[in-house]
Design a protein around this ligand. Structure first.
Ligand code: NAD
Length: 390
């Protein structure tokens, strides 16, 4: 169980690019990073609007002199300080991720970047090579995978409690874009434009969360072929999609179905995961992250609760609140940030042995998400035909 004791040798000097006053995701980063004393926010280029970014930075306790107009100034000015920033989080629209990550790594800074990581696998490979050459970590904020019961599902699959995996059923849908985009906020405008969002809208925006979580639970299952059907119910969003269905064939014969949509009018259920094996199934939703359904064929269905001693060690190790007290998204983000901090700390100490067994969402996780997107787009653009997974 985690209790806030600092698990790294000293706090990391941390900066943010984006995530300012108007940003949707910035607070989740700060909630996660600042929980365990592992990161100290020392600087930022929080906003496209430099004055608003500075005002915001000061309001959350950052020195005015270290609230910069943009990431270039942040990198250049921090490099001149003895106590300059060591790790930078990137919480900006998708099209900026690659250039900001590259600039930070070239300046010797670790990076924690939002998903979808970049636009192409080629960009991911280039950045992975750069990070390796520089001895730096790239973390990716798949913020839902810090929930303890996600790791309970993974441990149960690994122990064979479900039997052979047959069916993977994934859904992340909401209705926030059911209407048209006239007068839509910036966060919708950039998401529906291929220049700023990349090759996908909902597949990258929410589908990558589903895909990464399924990889955590089923690390041994590899997709062999997939079929993706995508459409834009609001025509102005084309060629990007506001709705998609993906069918997946795995190497062991298992079948997967994934549904992502931002036009699922009225749905506030968000994410649902069901993994079906030959003996039993588990089902989890981020709406009730403290509960896991465990359905054994022929037995009464069970609800497992977080923090209980009957859970696997992997799940208990990620628990913060203890049984009976609710865990939430902030706790999940705190775990993701902690695991990335431990990776950065190990790099800094030259402890490569620790890194061989330590699990955190890194550049490989970001790359696999982008690879999955490339395959989805290839299938969808060929009129929703089956394609071999490359
Ligand atoms: P947003 O449009 O709400 O906010 C973007 C923020 O970045 C704003 O503060 C804007 O001023 C700032 N910004 C834009 N360009 C900048 C630049 N070049 N330099 C500095 N600041 C800049 O977007 P959002 O919803 O917060 O999404 C940002 C990223 O986070 C996207 O990649 C998105 O996919 C991802 N995201 C992830 C999650 C998650 O659960 N991991 C949730 C939401 C968004």
């Amino acid at each position: 169980m985690l209790n806030g004791e600092r698990l790294i040798s000293r706090p990391l000097r941390w900066g943010m690019v984006g995530g300012g006053r108007t940003g949707q995701v910035g607070y989740k980063h700060r909630t996660g990073a600042q929980r365990d004393g592992t990161y100290r926010l020392v600087c930022g280029a929080f906003d496209l609007d430099a004055a608003r970014g500075r005002d915001f930075g000061v309001a959350i306790g950052v020195d005015a002199g270290r609230c910069y107009a943009d990431y270039r100034e942040l990198i250049a000015r921090e490099a001149t300080r003895e106590d300059g920033v060591e790790v930078v989080s990137i919480a900006t629209p998708n099209f900026t991720h690659y250039e900001i990550t590259k600039a930070c790594l070239e300046a010797g800074l670790h990076v924690i970047c939002e998903k979808p990581l970049f636009f192409s696998v080629a960009e991911c490979d280039e950045i992975a090579t750069l990070a390796k050459a520089k001895g730096l970590i790239v973390g990716v904020t798949y913020g839902f995978t810090g929930h303890p019961l996600v790791h309970q599902m993974a441990a149960m699959v690994a122990k064979g409690m479900l039997g052979e995996i047959r069916i993977v059923d994934l859904r992340y849908t909401h209705g926030f874009n059911a209407g048209d985009d006239v007068g839509a906020p910036e966060a919708v405008k950039w998401r529906t434009n291929p220049r700023t969002a990349g090759p996908t809208f909902v597949l990258g925006d929410i589908g990558t969360h589903l895909y990464y979580l399924s990889e955590i639970v089923l690390p041994h299952l590899k997709i062999e072929r997939l079929l993706c059907d995508r459409t834009a119910f609001i025509p102005s969003r084309a060629p990007l999609e506001d709705h998609a269905t993906v069918l997946m064939h795995y190497h062991n014969g298992a079948r997967g179905r994934l549904w992502v949509s931002s036009v699922d009018a009225g749905n506030m259920g968000s994410q649902r995961y069901r993994f079906v094996g030959s003996k039993a199934s588990v089902e989890w939703s981020d709406s009730h992250p403290d509960q896991l359904l465990y359905d054994v064929q022929g037995e009464p269905n069970r609800i497992l609760h977080h923090g209980m001693p009957y859970l696997e060690g992997e799940s208990l190790a990620a628990d913060r609140m203890g049984a009976l007290h609710t865990e939430g998204l902030g706790d999940s983000w705190a775990n993701i940030y902690l695991w990335i901090a431990q990776a950065i700390d190990a790099k800094r100490r030259g402890d490569e042995a620790f890194l061989t067994t330590h699990h955190y969402p890194g550049i490989e996780a970001g790359t696999e998400g982008v690879r999955w997107l490339e395959n989805c787009v290839r299938s969808a653009d060929a009129c929703a035909t089956w394609v071999d997974f490359k």
